[in-house]
Design a protein around this ligand. Structure first.
Ligand SMILES: [Zn+2]
Length: 211
């Protein structure tokens, strides 16, 4: 499938979903400065061919404008003529889509996920034990234990990509960048916000305990 074959209404739905999530997160002050990026995949998927809508680089995400999002391909290149640039971290989105085939990816920088990523840096993962919300990740064992991976952060984004490739756990829909932020993803649009809230809950739990 090429980009032109994807139905217009599917593209518009992806943009509407992104706008909704952007407002939700902006209301929570999760976009410090122009940081953070959101994406929703459209059309058919294979690891070698997919498309998604993503937040444009350098925009104030507390405002809604006609320049908030653009569509890119699996290389992170714009699919249409545009003066907009995709988020600087688009290559991380492309790698997560390639590895998981998920439907949407959210990334924000918050104080809490920065604190937790440093706290557990030597372990390279945040352990989460027996938390009820783990069920929301489709893990149903009593006293389940999961580890949310932490990867190093580099100013040069392409250097982060192989770290994601090496550490992403297909059973855990989230990954932390050390002293940077969290990426979380979901298979369907309706599940992605729920997964996001659960991941964030697990991280907030630690930081609340330390205060
Ligand atoms: Zn970031």
């Amino acid at each position: 499938m090429n980009f032109a074959e994807i139905r217009l209404e599917d593209k518009q739905r992806a943009l509407a979903e992104l706008r909704d999530v952007k407002r939700l997160f902006a209301d929570r002050n999760w976009f410090a400065g122009t940081s953070g990026n959101l994406s929703v995949r459209v059309g058919d998927y294979t690891p070698e061919s997919f498309y998604f809508a993503i937040t444009a680089s350098g925009k104030d995400k507390t405002k809604d404008t006609p320049e908030d999002f653009l569509f890119v391909d699996r290389h992170g290149k714009p699919c249409e003529a545009t003066g907009l640039r995709p988020s600087a971290e688009t290559l991380i989105h492309t790698e997560i889509y390639r590895l998981t085939g998920c439907g949407a990816i959210f990334h924000v920088h918050t104080v809490w996920n920065n604190v937790v990523s440093e706290w557990f840096w030597e372990r390279r993962a945040v352990p989460v034990d027996g938390v009820e919300l783990i069920k929301g990740l489709n893990i149903w064992e009593e006293e389940a234990h999961i580890e949310i991976p932490i990867v190093p952060n580099y100013a040069d984004i392409p250097r982060i990509v192989p770290e994601i490739t090496a550490r992403l756990d297909r059973n855990i829909p989230g990954i932390l960048l050390r002293k940077h932020g969290i990426y979380a993803w979901g298979r369907t649009p309706s599940k992605r916000s729920a997964i996001w809230r659960r991941s964030n809950f697990c991280l907030n739990m630690y930081t609340a305990g330390s205060c």
